[in-house]
Design a binder for this molecule. Structure first.
Ligand code: CUA
Length: 186
């Protein structure tokens, strides 16, 4: 009787199979590392928070996040910035007005605990950590009311914590003499 043929999964075959997968994994990891380094060094992309500091205790008393500064404002050079304070358990203001199809900057700060926001139907999403300013640059492409809920559990009223981003056609975006634009002033 002739000897039985060697089993199909011989050791050499398994080794080649493993080597092939090791090469594929190394290529994938290398590609991800190159993409990360490119994004960081060339595109200057970094996490949107933990960059700029602000004193949470005096947030509302001086400088950028005082009551009068909150909401949307247009600088002399045409830059559109919205400043929002996220606090237990509301946003101030609860509605921000912005134009469609123009670059806008959203700046958030928290005086109390960690909050987070996302704007539905967009890729806007950031944590809001006390002590830091969270900044997001974006362009809203479609007019409409977008919901902006808090997405980080911040206490008993977390589920009540929701704001509106009102995106209007650029021709309907009319800031007042001080460059301010509000939802209720339309
Ligand atoms: Cu703020 Cu949840």
């Amino acid at each position: 009787m002739p000897p039985a043929p060697p089993p199909v999964t011989s050791e050499g075959r398994i080794s080649r199979f493993e080597l092939r997968w090791a090469i594929i994994a190394c290529c994938a990891i290398s590609a991800i590392m190159v993409a990360l380094i490119y994004a960081a060094l060339v595109e200057h992309m970094a996490p949107p928070s933990s960059v700029e500091t602000v004193d949470p205790q005096t947030l509302h008393l001086s400088a950028e996040f005082t009551e009068a500064n909150l909401g949307t404002s247009v600088d002399a050079d045409g830059q559109i910035t919205s400043r929002i304070v996220a606090t237990q358990f509301t946003f101030d203001p609860r509605c921000i007005l912005l134009p469609a199809n123009r670059p806008v900057t959203l700046r958030f700060a928290s005086p109390d605990v960690i909050h987070g926001i996302l704007v539905t139907g967009t890729n806007v999403n950031t944590m809001i950590v006390p002590g830091y300013v969270s900044q997001v640059h974006t362009i809203f492409t479609h007019p409409g009311d977008l919901l902006m809920p808090c997405h980080e559990f911040c206490g008993l009223g977390h589920s009540e914590m929701i704001a509106t981003v009102r995106v209007v056609p650029p021709e309907d975006f009319k800031p007042d003499g001080q460059g301010r634009a509000r939802c209720d002033a339309r």
